[in-house]
Design a protein around this ligand. Sequence first.
Ligand SMILES: N[C@@H](CCC(=O)N[C@@H](CS)C(=O)NCC(=O)O)C(=O)O
Length: 217
Amino acid sequence: MPITLYGADYSVYTRIARLALLEKGVPYRLEPVDVFAPGGPPPDHLARQPFGRIPAFRHDDFPLYEAGAIVRYVDDAFDGPSLQPATAKGRARMNQIISVLDSYAFASLVLGVYVERIGHPARGVPADEAKLAAATLRAAQCLDALAGLADAPFLTGEHLSLADLHAAPMFAYFVLAPEGQAMLARHDRLAAWWARLAARPSVVATRTPMERKISPA
Ligand SMILES: N[C@@H](CCC(=O)N[C@@H](CS)C(=O)NCC(=O)O)C(=O)O
C-alpha cells in the first residue's frame, strides 16, 4: 500500500491524520510506533520524525511529519470531499481554530485534565490535583474561546473541515474525565457539535483503547 502512517491507536495526533485519511476515503496502513515505550522512541523512528513524536507519514517516496502538514497534504493530493473551506476567511478561521487547539487545548484538555484525572490513575499514578486545577481553568478558557470561534453544524460552517478533525480526538479524551463532561455541558453548541462528531463513522472507527475501556460501544 503506498500510504503508511506511523503512530499509535492511543495518540491524539495520529488520530487526526487517520480521520483525514478516512474522511477522504484514502486507504492507508497504520504501522505501530510506541513513542512511550521504555527506552524512548524506536531509533528508526527518529529518522522519520527527529523530535520522536507521532505521527509520521509516507506516500510512496514522499515522507512527511507534523499532523497539520500531513492532513493538508492528504486533502490537497487526493480526491474526495474537500476538508478545507473554499474562502480565504473560512480557511483563516479553520487555521485559527487548529492553532488554538495545538497551542492551548491539547495541553489543558488532554495532557492536563484527561491525563491527570484518567490516564495517570489508570496506571497507578495518583492525580496531581494542583496540576488538574490549573488545567481545568485553562480548559475552561479554551472552551470559551472555541465556542466563540465555532460555527455550526461544523466548526467552520456547513461542511466538515480539518478543524473538526483536529478537535475531535482532543474532545474524545477530555470528556472521559467528569470535569470535562461537566465543562462541555455548559456550552450547548459545542456539546451538540461533539455529539455529532462522536457519532461519525471515522471517529467511531478510531476510538482509543481508553475510550473502548471506559465506554464500550
Ligand atoms: N507537532 C506534532 C505533535 C505530535 C505529538 O505531540 N504527538 C504525541 C502523541 S499524540 C507524541 O508523540 N508524544 C510523545 C512525547 O511527547 O514524547 C504534530 O503535529 O505531529
